[in-house]
Every structure is written in structure tokens, then in C-alpha cells.
Design a protein around this ligand. Sequence first.
Ligand SMILES: Cc1cc2nc3c(=O)[nH]c(=O)nc-3n(C[C@H](O)[C@H](O)[C@H](O)COP(=O)(O)OP(=O)(O)OC[C@H]3O[C@@H](n4cnc5c(N)ncnc54)[C@H](O)[C@@H]3O)c2cc1C
Length: 235
Amino acid sequence: MQSLDVLRRSPTADYSATVIHSVSLTPTIKAIRLRLDRDDFSFLPGQSVWPKFERDGRKFSKIYSIASSPSHCPEVELCVSRVGWSSAFLQDLAIGQSLPLRGPYGLMTLSELPQRPRLYIAEGSGIAPLKSQIDWLHECGYRQPVWLVQANPETTDQLPYQQHWQRLQQSWKAFEYREAIAQCPEAIVSGLRLNLADFEIVICAVGDRSDQLQEFMLSLGARNDQLRSEKFIAF
Ligand SMILES: Cc1cc2nc3c(=O)[nH]c(=O)nc-3n(C[C@H](O)[C@H](O)[C@H](O)COP(=O)(O)OP(=O)(O)OC[C@H]3O[C@@H](n4cnc5c(N)ncnc54)[C@H](O)[C@@H]3O)c2cc1C
């Protein structure tokens, strides 16, 4: 196990990953826990892996964020939304099945405990890289305010990891969770009346929604240099 507040990432390399747990979080989103075949894998919260697929004799790869804290290495959890062939393939893997993957990748990371309060905004499976960061901050006993505003356009009344966040809010004083049920996260954030210039803001959503949320936060007074976002796109 990687020690808590010392973060390191291993060089990008190839691994074999075996499914050890797979559970539905919402009607379209599943959490899939993988165990990598070597202990030397480590990553920064917010990073991703590229599972490799083979279809009709052709090899290709798609990128998925790691939803678990680095403290669980060499186990990593993916949070996958069923939208097309690759995501369905991942969701349908049985316990004990293996697939090759490469990683870690990605720059929307934490490498040390941050200095400012944090506001996280997630839509759908966009919760994945944010969960890795929030879980790690919690494990480190982080004391600055951490807000999470979560929505899920796929099934607007069911949010991935909803119970996990509800429990965390009860046990971790710094953590404030707001569910955007059947409404957009913009409405919730406006109602919080936070001084956004004080916050580091991290956004993750699918496609254009990530850009829209970013523009909205800037219009509410967020500082561009304290705003980071990731966009889930298919390529
Ligand atoms: C940095 C990064 C991290 C990512 N992490 C995750 C993750 O943690 N979990 C996850 O579910 N996906 C993630 N993705 C998206 C993932 O890589 C695939 O693109 C996605 O699973 C679609 O692949 P597919 O073969 O299933 O469907 P495709 O046939 O390739 O695409 C289907 C269509 O679905 C739409 N769509 C709806 N939801 C999504 C979505 N979540 N992502 C992409 N397209 C979508 C798009 O319009 C797309 O054209 C990430 C993408 C990036 C760039």
C-alpha cells in the first residue's frame, strides 16, 4: 500500500488487470474494480488508465479515469458509463476476467495537499477522477472545506456513489455534499453563495458540458488560474 500523504506516480507502463468486483451504481453506470498484476503501479489522484481491447481482430484502446484513491494500489476502481462498445465491454466483464491496460496518464491531478478550499463539480461518470481526489483528501485528514456538487444527466434522480458521499458528509467535518437531483449543478452552485475567488475548482463532465460549467463558474467570479476541468470525449 502507498503511504497516505506522500504521492508518487510510476512511469507509464503495461499491466494486466483482473476484475475483482463489479457493481451497478445507477442504471447506466458501473463501478469495476481491477487488480493489477504488479505492485509497482502508483498514480496521482485524477489520473487515468487505457484498457486495451480487441474486436474483430483489431486492437484499440480507450481511456478511463481511476475513481479510487492511490492508497488502494495495486487495485484501481473504474466508474464506467454504458454508452458504446468499449464501455459495454468493460461493464460486462465477469469477475476473474483479465485485460491488458497501460497507465497512468493525465494531468488533472493532485500531487500534494492543496492550500485552498476546493469545489468539485461532477456530472455522470465525470465523478470518477474527482472521487479519487476527494477520497485521498479524506484519508489525509484534510481540513480545508471540500464541496462536491453532483448531477447525473443519464438518470437525473440517481447519482453514482451517492451513499458514499452521504456517509462521508456525516463523518468528515470539512466535506459538504450537494445533490443536484433533477436540476443542473449551476442552480445548486449559485445558491451556495460561495466566494469562488477563494476556491480551487475542479470540473468533470461529458463533452460540451464541461466547457459550459467552466464558463458558468468564471461568470460567478471563479479565477481562471484556480479552475481545472476534464472533458470525457470519445476518441
Ligand atoms: C481523459 C478521459 C477520461 C475518461 N474517463 C472516463 C471514465 O472514467 N468513465 C467513463 O465512462 N468514460 C470515460 N471517458 C470516456 C471513454 O474514454 C470512452 O470514450 C467512452 O466510454 C465511450 O466509449 P464507447 O466505445 O463505449 O462508446 P463510443 O461508441 O466511442 O461513443 C459513444 C458516444 O457516446 C457519447 N457519450 C456519452 N457519454 C459519454 C462518456 N462518458 N464519454 C464519452 N462519450 C460519451 C458520445 O457522444 C460518444 O460519441 C474518458 C474520456 C477521457 C478523454
